[in-house]
Design a protein around this ligand. Sequence first.
Ligand SMILES: [Zn+2]
Length: 246
Amino acid sequence: MVDSITGGRGSRAPHHRSWHSEEHTSHRAPRLRAAVLGANDGLLSTSSLLLGVVAASASREVLFATGVAALVSGAGSMAMGEYSSVSSQRDAEAADLAMEAEALAAHPRAELRELTENLKVNGVPDHLAVEVAEALTAHDALAAHAQLELGIQPDDLADPLEAAVASAISFALGAMVPILVVMTLAGDARAPGLVVSALVGLGALGAFGARLGGANMLRAAVRVLLGGAAAMTIAWLVGNLFNVSV
Ligand SMILES: [Zn+2]
């Protein structure tokens, strides 16, 4: 029973576990924010594209093919971009950790002093700092330095594959909204349906994203709505330039 609760981290002391799970919530916010951005991208780019194609008066089949192509290519490009950006971030963090491990092996006394100073800066009283630094060093010196100096959790580095899959999925979910709209609505209802669903979705995602980042929800929603409206207006105008009956 105890084993299933600690989930493979059984060797850790209880106080370390609660510290870790507290860190974890702050680690998840950027991931969730990336997912919101992915959904935002999928919703706006696919809505704008379909709006342009609707303006050029395309058939239901063409709209469906266009929407699916936008979903697949967009999700693929999001996944690629996210994979390479998270990979380089992870490489940089791994290099930082290796440098820190080298320093710890080469100059353990200087590193202990550095950790002590770091604890003092973070509010640990002078008379306790040495003792705390020694205890942290004895327990897991690299983890202590990584967390206090680099802000990195050595056993919880961002996973490029996980990030790639998450942003592809969120892009696809966002892109599905306008595809469903053009498939369920007919003729003249399509364009207003695309605009309204995109604006409602963008406003909601903008507000949610702002809430995650602790920013003003209304201001974020308005900013996203204005940007979305501008993008769709341009798409509509361009689509009208190519007004051809298919
Ligand atoms: Zn250090």
